[in-house]
Design a protein around this ligand. Structure first.
Ligand code: NAD
Length: 513
């Protein structure tokens, strides 16, 4: 089988067959947390192993991060930004091997793997600019000779829990912003993609060392949910930013709120595109196709539902069927393929269960699914993208199945379409395909989409880093990346200064003796 330059990529990134999985920067620790084997869903081969952390090493790492924070917070923000700029330069250098590793360990296409690294580079650039723009407001005081303003300070150690499907970008969205804000980070990556985390830590550590960044600003603790829960419980970690399933988010939120910490949650989606009778259908089909099968349906923003106007329903259905017939499914490193594997066999089972439930509920398959077998599919993780006509109310349609299953739903009025689009528990991404101004504005109005992301003539996936990313309802309410998402990583302080000779009280209260 073709190697696709994986061996060379692993060597360039400094990855070994067996790797320590806990680090505070340039120091690495072996611990007793158990070995995590990383198998590629592309070919089923063992890529390498990582030693996970345990309670003791986790404690040691958090202590080191606290010490580092004492120093890092005193560095001027633009100086911290300069370090992040250099991380961006290093990522440019390693874009190709890191993109390949993302593709090989996670299973997304090489194009998407490279795109994920590009997203890291973009967020570095964004964070560098931000390091000179951590602005607070000034307000007019109601009292004479008083001045009032607010400033933003770093909060301390930020815990980052990340999901397998964006094994490097989600960490960078959090850490680059947190670092310019003056925070230090402890990262608990997904146990399904541990090698990506080691590669990121190695790249960052070299830059940090060269710049004299204190040991503990960038920390990594590999492991499973046990480490995630240690993080959620730990009072030394004021902010836990967690990306993953709604089930995980609820568990983390419960634990963090118990100690009145902050949780930034980026959870599951159940995203829909409304295709109106005024849509440009060429664009609509392309947007729906990439949204539904890109990353084999394993994006939080994957298009799971198409809500189609009755007058064009059959045409859209037929064109999709035709487009699906031209999809190449296979090794994600082979640029001729559109769809790669699911992450593991458990995901394949969940996909099969979902197909069964669609059928039981009365769904009608337009494109049949199924598990692929034979040459090139030895990992047993490859499935056929499926399309089914369903009702929005089916129990299975209400859930996020992390696989390429697209549901087609019919509507007659825009109000009905919006009601269906909003009629799920998740609230991440949404879009409308239309050339009609009234339809567009209604969809974007307060009575329109209830999601954190609402697009027009663009699919539901593929957000840019410049906007705040996240969603409502069971998606968790968090916002990351662009706009003013940085505020989540800082604490706000209101300062009032009296430069007069009296002590007037607010609200004109008299307290004379
Ligand atoms: P997952 O919930 O199984 O795991 C995510 C992370 O949480 C992992 O690191 C895991 O070890 C950890 N974890 C699991 N249970 C935990 C617990 N009880 N306490 C603490 N940590 C725990 O999710 P996954 O399968 O890796 O990723 C897929 C899910 O992530 C999908 O639901 C997808 O929509 C979601 N996701 C959301 C976004 C977003 O920005 N909204 C981005 C990417 C992925």
């Amino acid at each position: 089988m073709k190697n696709f330059g994986i061996k060379e990529a692993l060597a360039e990134l400094g990855l070994k067959k067996s790797n320590p999985g806990v680090s505070t920067g340039s120091k690495w620790y072996r611990s007793t947390g158990g070995l995590i084997d990383s198998y590629s869903p592309a070919d089923g081969k063992l890529i390498g192993s990582v030693h996970g952390g345990d309670e003791k090493t986790f404690d040691k790492v958090v202590k080191q991060s606290e010490e580092a924070f004492q120093v890092w917070r005193t560095w001027p923000a633009p100086k911290r930004g300069e370090v992040v700029r250099q991380v961006g330069v290093a990522l440019r250098k390693y874009k190709e091997p890191l993109g390949k590793l993302v593709s090989y360990e996670m299973g997304k296409s090489l194009q998407e793997g490279l795109g994920e690294v590009q997203e890291m580079i973009d967020i570095c650039d964004f964070a560098v600019g931000l390091s000179r723009q951590l602005h607070g407001l000034t307000m007019h005081s109601e009292r004479p000779n008083h001045r009032m303003y607010e400033q933003w300070h770093p909060i301390g150690t930020v815990g980052i829990i990340s999901a397998f499907n964006f094994p490097v970008a989600v960490w960078s969205w959090n850490s680059m912003l947190a670092w310019v804000c003056g925070d230090v980070c402890v990262w608990k990556p997904s146990e399904k993609t541990p090698l990506c985390s080691i590669a990121c830590q190695l790249i960052t550590a070299r830059v940090f060392e060269k710049n004299g960044v204190p040991e503990g600003v960038s920390c990594l603790v590999n492991g499973d949910a046990t480490i995630g829960q240690l993080m959620a419980q730990d009072e030394r970690i004021p902010l836990v930013s967690a990306t993953g399933s709604t089930r995980m988010g609820k568990a983390v939120a419960r634990t963090v709120s118990e100690r009145l910490g902050r949780a930034l949650l980026e959870l599951g989606g159940n995203n829909a595109i409304i295709i109106t009778e005024h849509a440009n259908l060429d664009m609509a089909i392309r947007g729906a196709l990439f949204g539904a099968v890109g990353t084999a349906g394993q994006r939080c923003t994957t298009t799971r539902r198409l809500i189609i106007h009755d007058s064009i329903f059959d045409e859209v259905k037929d064109r999709l069927k035709n487009a699906y017939a031209h999809l190449n499914i296979g090794n994600p490193l082979d640029t001729g393929n559109h769809v790669g594997p699911l992450i593991d066999k458990t995901a394949v089972k969940l996909y099969q269960d979902a197909l069964r439930k669609v059928k039981q509920a009365g769904g009608e398959f337009v494109v049949k699914g199924g598990v692929l077998q034979g040459k090139g599919y030895e990992s047993e993780c490859y499935v056929k993208p499926a399309v089914a006509v369903v009702e929005n109310e089916y129990e299975i349609v209400q859930h996020e199945t992390f696989a390429p299953i697209l549901y087609l739903i019919r509507y007659n009025s825009l109000a009905e379409a919006i009601q269906k689009q909003n009629g799920v528990k998740q609230g991440l991404s949404s879009s409308i395909m239309t050339t009609n101004m009234q339809e567009m504005e209604r969809f974007l109005s307060a009575a329109g989409s209830d999601c954190g992301i609402a697009n027009v003539n663009i699919g539901t996936s593929g957000a840019e880093i410049g906007g705040a990313f996240g969603g409502e309802k069971e998606t968790g309410g968090g916002r990351e990346s662009g706009s003013d998402a940085w505020k989540a990583y800082m604490r706000r302080q209101t300062n009032t200064i009296n430069f007069g000779d009296n002590l007037p009280l607010a609200q004109g209260i008299k307290f004379d003796i």
